[in-house]
Write a protein that binds this ligand. Structure first.
Ligand code: AMP
Ligand code: MG
Length: 329
């Protein structure tokens, strides 16, 4: 069964074509284009315009690259939420158009759950605690009593957004995460920052403000180093507690910020210390991608889920735990 999946929750528009063969995920093609704001943060309308401009050509290219005939596509999947309204609407409109044109079923996928499902499909983990760290989202998610439940999350901005905002203050273009990672490698002095873990949740905006204040008196490299160490330790703490609580022995790291080598190292070490296993998909599938949407849509469809066109309205604030998970026991 072949699914064409469209991802478009934020800065990236991506098409993935996936074949489900013997319950395995076979990636036929994957093409993405990322909107890069000229200055400032992501402007939702401009990002949506970017997506609208690129989507027709990447759909064509991905079908070509998959080496299939358009008639071989059995279904369409798309990211229905959470995300930025104009971006979601653009991806959804393309998905509806394709489904109607090809007369094929359509399934709207929760973006956060797709990060988890593609991790399960492409790594050897089966029932992990997911630490999902991206620009807009920061959540600790695990499967329990029939749902993917959120055990901890950010109370304000996503970790990636925190890094990007700090980057902007020091003149780094979007995405600043990788550039901060490089600067942090040259830092060697830990500067104490507000460590904000509240119960199982985390908060980053106070740390961001503290870092901005430090710019007058400390080296940028040391601030970047301290920022990473503080935020990543907080994430490790809540993830570890979720693992202890759920008694799960696998941790999966995903989302764009999971490209960070230092974060991988910290989470891996935490896992090792509790005899748990660490997993992370390859970097190109950690970031937002159409492959994870196509794969999750295939799982959902096989479990009997199909959306009528009227049911494909986007859900900007779609919660991870709202989704009924029929494809797992
Ligand atoms: P996503 O929203 O999942 O597509 O991920 C994008 C976010 O990941 C942006 O906020 C980037 O700054 C961040 N990011 C990408 N690479 C890295 C890295 N190496 N270290 C930290 N953050 C990163
Ligand atoms: Mg994402």
């Amino acid at each position: 069964m072949i699914c064409l999946g469209i991802e478009g929750t934020a800065h990236t528009i991506s098409v993935g074509i996936v074949d489900k063969v013997d319950e395995k995920c076979k990636i036929l093609s994957h093409i993405s284009r990322t909107y890069k704001p000229e200055g400032g943060g992501i402007h939702p309308r401009e990002a949506a315009n970017h997506h609208a401009k690129h989507i027709p050509s990447i759909i064509e290219e991905s079908i070509e690259k998959a080496n299939i005939d358009v008639k071989e596509i059995d279904m369409i999947g798309f990211s229905i939420g959470p995300g930025l309204g104009p971006c979601l609407r653009t991806a959804a409109t393309s998905a509806r158009t394709l489904a109607l044109l090809l007369k094929k079923p359509i399934v709207g996928v929760n973006h956060c759950i797709a990060h988890l499902e593609i991790g399960r499909a492409l790594t050897k983990c089966n029932d992990p605690v997911l630490l999902y760290v991206s620009g807009g989202n920061t959540q600790v998610i695990a499967f329990m009593r029939g749902r993917y439940r959120v055990f901890g999350e950010t109370l304000d901005i996503g970790i990636g957004n925190c890094l990007d905002k700090f980057g902007r203050e020091i003149g780094l273009s979007f995405p600043a995460g990788p550039k901060i990672e490089k600067l942090a490698k040259k830092g060697n002095k830990y500067i104490s920052l507000p460590y904000s873990v509240k119960g199982m949740d985390v908060s980053f905006s106070g740390i961001l403000t503290a870092c901005i204040h430090l710019l007058k008196k400390e080296r940028i490299e040391d601030i970047c180093y301290s920022l990473q160490e503080t935020c990543f330790s907080m994430l490790a703490e809540v993830t570890e507690r979720a693992m202890a609580h759920t008694e799960k022995e696998e941790v999966l790291l995903s989302g764009g910020v999971a490209c960070n080598e230092r974060l991988k190292e910290i989470i891996k070490k935490m896992a090792q210390e509790r005899n748990a296993k660490f997993f992370s998909p390859p970097n190109e599938l950690l970031v937002d991608n159409g492959v994870m949407i196509a794969w999750t849509a295939l799982l959902m469809y096989a479990s009997g889920i199909e959306h009528k066109i009227e049911e494909t309205n986007i859900k900007q604030n779609y919660r991870t735990d709202e989704v009924e998970i029929k494809w797992r026991n």
